[in-house]
Design a protein around this ligand. Structure first.
Ligand code: 6PG
Ligand code: NI
Length: 183
């Protein structure tokens, strides 16, 4: 018995050969995460990113596989980024693989320490448990990254009340990673 596998085009992150799920997040959904949140309402229907997933069974011990396509753009001087989250099951990690484009993976632990890794075609990122994560597109092309994570991980979007401790902006044509000061 031979079962045809799912397929991934490594150069673009396009998924095929099986049931897929796509979730698109619009700029208008993201007003809370950008410094100039009001500016997202100028183009609320513009897609900021899409997540494609193989429609595979979940459950304890099972893994999900998906690709995030984060489009290029800025809100004010701040690059497009994903909402970012801890996993609801805090101990559960994830692996990201850069496929195309240029960007950063921003990570932050529960002590509030934050750091970034460059994402590019071929980059591999081990996101430990207890670590929030967000993709940021600092380039002019779509940033695509493959992710594999426990199906039971879940998403917790509420546990960074002050947001991430780092912001990534363009200043004088250059990518700048800035520490955020909370008042
Ligand atoms: C996950 C992955 C990944 C992530 C997307 C969108 O745990 O599901 O980290 O698929 O969900 O990159 O990011 P947000 O979930 O933060 O919007
Ligand atoms: Ni995740």
């Amino acid at each position: 018995l031979l079962i045809q596998p799912f397929q991934l085009a490594w150069a673009t992150g396009a998924l095929s050969h099986g049931p897929l799920i796509r979730k698109t997040t619009l700029l208008g959904d993201l007003s809370a995460i950008f410094t100039d949140g009001d500016a997202t309402q100028l183009f609320p229907d513009r897609p900021a990113y899409a997540v494609d997933m193989f429609d595979t069974p979940g459950g304890e011990g099972e893994l999900y596989v998906g690709v995030t396509h984060l489009y290029p753009g800025k809100v004010g001087d701040e690059y497009f980024m994903t909402r970012g989250h801890f996993h609801q099951r805090r101990e559960q990690g994830e692996v990201y693989f850069g496929l195309q484009g240029e960007g950063l993976l921003l990570m932050q632990n529960q002590q509030g320490q934050a750091w970034t890794e460059p994402v590019f075609a071929g980059s591999v990122h081990i996101i430990p448990g207890y670590t929030a994560h967000r993709l940021i597109n600092t380039g002019s092309q779509t940033l695509s990254a493959l992710a594999v994570w426990p199906s039971t991980a879940g998403h917790d979007y509420t546990s960074l009340p002050h947001g991430f401790a780092l912001r990534v902006i363009e200043k004088a044509g250059k990518v700048r990673i800035m520490a955020v000061k909370h008042g």
